[in-house]
Design a binder for this molecule. Sequence first.
Ligand code: PA5
Length: 427
Amino acid sequence: MIKIDLTHTINKIPLEAYKQDVKTINKAINNKTGLGNDFLGWTSWPKDYDKEEFERIIKTAEVIKANYDILVVAGIGGSYLGARCAIEALNGLFPTNKTKVIFIGNTLSSNYVHQVLNYLKDKNFAINVISKSGTTTETSVAFRLLKELLISKVGEEAACKAIYATTDKARGALKQEASQKGYESFVIPDDIGGRYSVLTAVGLLPIAVAGCDIRKLMAGAYDAMIEFDNEDIMTNSCYQYAVTRHYLYNCEKSVEMFVTYEPQFTQLGEWFKQLYGESEGKDQKGLLPDSATFSTDLHSLGQFIQSGTPLLFETILMIDEPNYDITIESDKNNLDGLNYLAGKKLSYVNKMAFEGTLSAHVEDGKIPNIVLTLPKMDEYNLGYLFFFFMKACAMSAYLLKINPFNQPGVEIYKQRMFKLLGKPGVK
Ligand code: PA5
């Protein structure tokens, strides 16, 4: 399904040499014996997910679509990025759905929060508050403000009906509030951490409200789960990707630039950055994940990539077949000099930009490139891609002997901020 092209990596990747390590790590993933093994629930989730809850998500999405113009999703990090990137990747940047999905709870900026609240003042909206811990400051503050606005518009009873909570099944302030107020609730499983949770209710409810087919999303993830349950590095493209990143890291590369040629995949780059950055950036190790959208960023970062400090390699995600295409017509005056493109598809021009850039970066710039290709972007392929990246991330982190599922570094800023804010119990 996904094609991996390792012919542009400059250094030949010694896949064979990783054979035993990959086998051992694959076993540790399957037997749940590796570091952070309490958080490997996502590895079998496309088979084991709660089917009853899944049907309830589909029904709830229909209710939201029928009754509200906007779903405001409050969440941050793994409780936000998956839904946002999926909706943009599938629906594009100018969606025509009746029910819009917008995001809050991912910042403490008073400017942003004011803009969203102001925009919602005269709108008919529902809220999906998403937090596994139920105590994340950005999300909790935004939720409190949103709730106040909603109650002032429709009253407490109708507001409680318009609030959907996605959180832990038993613990946390949000769970307690949801039970007390009777919000319809969905569960984030104990053994699935935020950045591996896009295929749980965290991602599924907003994605379904945006009109996307979550059955197909799960079907793609299921097929990836079956395909990549394979310990043979010579035939497993997911592990080949993980090993290649690891090898390039050992060849003094410190940055992986995730590149697409589609503006609607920019948020996919944000999801990718969180997945790899938060999973691997520990113990003074790990690649810094960055992202770019070409050809847009060829006119900004392109200069650095081509000829700046040689610290990065690129991972390009290409899609074989665009969902829409446009033909460039001939113009009798040809004032812009573009008639040499007459009759050509815009997707062909974009593809030539890719091929030209690939050869400029690899042959001239000596930048290793990994090229991943998916047949098309739809729900099935996106579900497959999510699983591909999550499994490759676990393999990559284990190759570095890092626990992929914790984020101790993130806690440090929180403690400093809480101390400054005078949070009770924080010294
Ligand atoms: O990947 C992670 O675990 C984090 O990015 C969390 O998703 C993020 O911090 C939000 O946490 P919570 O869902 O508890 O509000």
